[in-house]
Ligand binder design. Structure first.
Ligand code: SF4
Length: 376
């Protein structure tokens, strides 16, 4: 049987060379459709026969993108644009974006004006959970299916139901991995864990589902071989997109143990695993509305108790905010969320991520000091 680390190479390749994966999808006769944000209805896109692939950025030097957007745009968005301008996404069929933060939606238009894809679509999302909000969202989804159908991508309720089953299964499996992390029983380093769950977001779902199932079997078999406990001060990591695994490795090397997160590339992508509804589209809508909220979609005073609850359930002794430089939604959240954490006796630390990653030396010193302060 394969060891857990055998699964890393496929996910790592998908993350580091997104263009190769898109080329393979396109050569197989399928259309790859990119998206930035966890609020994009990937199941609906998949139900038309297309393959949804999350756009990757990653730590890199940015040249061409800086000619089109100001440097205060978050590193993830600039790096994704840099990849597109360098040709990584030339075989992408289209781009779909669910309206989240202003930067993501502004970037959608920069792509539209500069990257010649066959299909561009942005859909509005409801802010509440009233019946009229759900009706509005259903109409937005219908508009998307009609536009996809105009491009030869036909949709059916049965296909959507099948796609939801696949994605629900993926999310349940990843949340099982999270549960093992809470308990300190996961035989994966933090860097490997986040490579797996980010890899899932850029791999065709049928393949991701299979790889995850093999990973779980392998983890169970290896766990049975001997008891395993993980060291380090338990912490929760909060923030937006973290694409650089080295920060997770650094946290562990500095004495921390990540037991939970609310990252856009982490827990927020997978929770909740499914939604209820008689019709397939209602399952999709209910799940989307119950989504663990991004600060661009929910008030800080609503997010704060959710974060506190996550910290308590996971046994985290503190919170490390990992924030993309100049990410306004997350940065403006911190004073309010941070005050709530302090009032409940949960200390926190803020680390900013630049386009080339984090400044290791400086971050290591701050992390070590933080873990010493909140540790035993
Ligand atoms: S929420 Fe922040 S990190 Fe995410 S796309 Fe918007 S500005 Fe970038």
């Amino acid at each position: 049987m394969s060891s857990p680390t055998d699964f890393m190479s496929e996910f790592t390749r998908a993350l580091e060379h997104p263009g190769e994966l898109i080329d393979e999808i396109s050569q197989s006769g399928k259309k790859a459709i990119g998206y930035f944000c966890t609020y994009t209805p990937v199941e609906l896109i998949h139900a038309t026969g297309a393959v949804p692939v999350r756009i990757s950025g990653g730590p890199m030097r940015i040249d061409r993108a800086d000619g089109l957007v100001p440097s205060f745009v978050c590193p993830y968005m600039r790096a994704g644009l840099e990849r597109a301008l360098s040709g990584d996404y030339e075989n992408l069929f289209g781009l779909v974006q669910g309206y989240s933060c202003d930067v993501a939606c502004g970037m959608f238009n920069v792509w539209k004006g500069n990257i010649p894809l066959s299909f561009y679509h942005i859909l509005s999302l409801p802010y509440g959970d009233s019946s009229s909000a759900k009706l509005f969202f259903e109409q937005e989804l219908k508009n998307l299916t009609e536009r996809l159908a105009d491009h030869g991508l036909e949709f059916s309720d049965t296909a959507l139901s099948n796609s939801l089953d696949i994605y629900d299964d993926i999310r349940l499996t990843v949340l099982w991995l999270y549960d093992k992390r809470y308990k300190g029983e996961l035989l994966l380093s933090a860097g490997d864990f986040y490579t797996v769950i980010r890899g899932v977001q850029v791999t065709p779902p049928e393949r991701a589902e299979k790889l995850l199932s093999e990973l779980v079997s392998s983890l169970k078999a290896n766990t049975e071989k001997g008891s395993h406990t993980q060291d380090g001060t338990p912490i929760l990591v909060s923030g937006s997109l973290v694409e650089d695994r080295s920060i997770f490795d650094l946290i562990e090397r500095s004495g921390g143990r990540i037991v939970a997160d609310d990252l856009c590339t982490g827990f927020r992508y997978f929770d909740p695993p499914s939604g209820d509804g008689k019709k397939a589209v209602h399952r999709l809508i209910e799940r989307s509305i119950a989504h663990f909220p991004c600060p661009s979609r929910q008030l800080a005073k609503t997010r704060a108790p959710l974060l506190l609850d996550l910290a308590r359930r996971s046994g985290a002794r503190g919170v490390v905010f990992l924030i993309q430089k100049f990410c306004t939604p997350h940065l403006t959240d911190i004073p309010i969320v941070g005050r709530s954490l302090r009032e409940e006796g949960v200390p926190y630390l803020v680390i900013e991520i630049e386009e080339t990653g984090v400044m290791e030396g400086q971050a290591a010193t701050r992390l070590q000091g933080f873990f010493e302060m909140i540790g035993d």
